[in-house]
Design a protein around this ligand. Structure first.
Ligand SMILES: [Fe+2]
Ligand SMILES: [Fe+2]
Length: 506
């Protein structure tokens, strides 16, 4: 595999970096690498790298490993830029990075000022020609991503990386890593260890990640074999969590009866309202729902009949799944309120996205019901394994690392999406809903027939994450935006801002 230095790279404005390819749709051909060079991570750079990764993975039918590979790519690129920035900082301070004494005294200053002066430091990277090279290549048996920068690491730096890689090999799960790293003030090594464990969980073990430090370059390689086999060593822990699903109540018969009554040809708002009134909690929840952001039109709704009229009988039938879920989980699970609130926001966004897509009434009401339910697995997971989940949450929200979802997999062994789908099955939810629960974080893996429900839910989650600066729209695959009738990321972003304002105004 040829060195990128030997290949002419040209700056492409729309991609935001130097590359040997014409455009984002440049054909992917076996043994013909894509090379990229950049100095800083901008939105365009991220966008380009993520889209290229998706294209390779889709073409090679390896999308299953997207989250962990994306995380590993982010981690190594971020580290490469940081290593470059360090060099510039030492240079600007006229210090010698290879001198141990000087290193010790300057490095603390670098660390304490890096976040603050990041833009300034990174701007001088280009002036000093400290770039990062990323290459994608594949042949019949392997896809390789190489992340390289043209600096030589100090022996201490190289040693530290090697230690982390060997640690990641020995940990069984993230709990081990957390325990071991809790004394590490920087927590800096954890990012690399976590991503390596995510790779391992996706079947990309020791041989998939390589690190080489030589005289004038530092290279990370992520190797994805054409056939990835997934083996999970955490079956026991998963069994424990899954056994708790058996302890959940069954889906209430009274609710099923109402749903069946709505199907009868002579059903009316009056007769259904009569049935509902027998359940005080349910009546109160329907009133509340009719006054929520996704349904309210005009003044406050006070009567049940009016609430049902506003929601619609068919829509009510689908919403009864989420209302019943609320009643079953609310008191038992402390995490309920927070997740439910977020799901309401998601439902509001889904409604807007669904309308923009031109969904018919029944598809739209299924979308809203599914969006309300999509994260119930998280409610359970947070309660079953609180200790781990809190740590994961703190970690992912303080760092720019891939989604929580892969963290859950590496730490706990099961994701909230899988768990939610299992609960949905137990309660006899329509398959559309269980699919939405299962795939809302990995939308590209779902069967195409479910795109209209899974993509909007995924987008609504992304909107929430982007609004709180936990994600960037550059992470969203373009084909998902297209299905949801967004022509560009810019259009999506302005839509997101507008809908967010509407939601907050509520
Ligand atoms: Fe989720
Ligand atoms: Fe969500």
């Amino acid at each position: 595999m040829a060195s990128p230095k030997a290949i002419a790279l040209e700056f492409k404005r729309e991609l935001g970096l130097h590359t040997n390819i014409e455009n984002i749709n440049h054909p992917i051909v076996e043994n013909s690498p894509f090379h990229f060079k950049f100095f800083q991570i901008t939105d365009e750079v991220e966008n380009t790298l993520f889209q290229i990764l998706d294209r390779f993975l889709l073409q090679l039918d390896l999308i299953i490993v997207r989250d962990s590979v994306l995380a590993a790519m982010k981690e190594t690129v971020t580290n490469a830029i940081k290593a470059n920035a360090k060099r510039v900082f030492f240079k600007n301070n006229a210090s010698d990075i290879t001198n141990d004494k000087e290193y010790e005294s300057i490095i603390n200053e670098f660390k304490s000022t890096y976040i603050e002066n990041r833009d300034e430091i990174e701007e001088s990277l280009q002036k000093n020609n400290f770039g990062v090279f990323v290459s994608f290549i594949h042949n019949r048996s392997l896809m390789r991503i190489r992340i390289m920068n043209n600096v030589q690491l100090t022996p201490i730096e190289a040693q530290r990386i090697k230690e982390r890689i060997s640690k990641a090999k020995n940990y069984n799960d993230l709990a081990d890593a957390f325990m071991d790293m809790s004394n590490d003030q920087e927590g800096a090594g954890l990012g690399l260890i976590m991503t390596l464990m995510m790779l391992k969980n996706d079947g990309l073990g020791e041989s998939a990640f390589k690190f080489e430090s030589s005289e004038n370059k530092t290279v990370f390689m992520i190797d994805i074999p054409a056939k990835v086999s997934k083996e999970n060593q955490q079956i026991e822990k998963i069994d424990h969590i899954i056994s708790q699903i058996d302890h959940l109540p069954t889906f209430p018969k009274s609710i099923k009866d109402i749903q069946d009554a709505i199907d009868k040809p002579n059903s009316s708002i009056g007769t259904i309202a009569e049935m509902i009134k027998r359940d005080i909690a349910l009546s109160a929840n329907i009133l509340k729902l009719s006054n929520s952001a996704a349904f309210r039109r005009g003044g406050k709704v006070e009567s049940l009949d009016r609430a049902i009229q506003l929601i619609g009988l068919k829509e009510l039938q689908t919403l009864l799944y989420s209302l019943a879920t609320k009643q079953m989980l609310e008191d038992k699970f402390p995490a309920f309120a927070a997740i439910w609130e977020k799901s309401n926001e998601s439902a509001f966004y889904c409604k807007s996205i669904g309308q923009k897509m031109g969904l018919n009434k029944s598809d739209l009401s299924n979308l809203i019901a599914a969006s309300l339910l999509h994260d119930i697995g998280e409610i359970l997971l947070l309660s079953f394994d609180k200790h781990h989940m809190n740590k994961i949450k703190t970690f992912t929200s303080t760092r720019e690392i891939a989604s929580t979802i892969s963290m859950e997999e590496s730490a706990i062994g099961i994701t909230h999406s899988k768990l939610g789908a299992m609960v949905g099955e137990k309660w006899g939810f329509p398959i559309l809903y269980t699919k939405a629960m299962e795939y809302h974080h990995r939308p590209l893996l779902a069967d195409e027939v479910y795109s209209d429900i899974i993509y909007p839910i995924y987008l609504s989650d992304m909107m929430i994450a982007i609004n709180s600066k936990e994600a960037k729209s550059s992470e969203i695959p373009m084909e998902i935006l297209k299905v949801c009738k967004f022509q560009s990321k810019a259009e999506f972003d302005s839509f997101r801002t507008k809908i967010k304002e509407q939601f907050s105004a509520f």
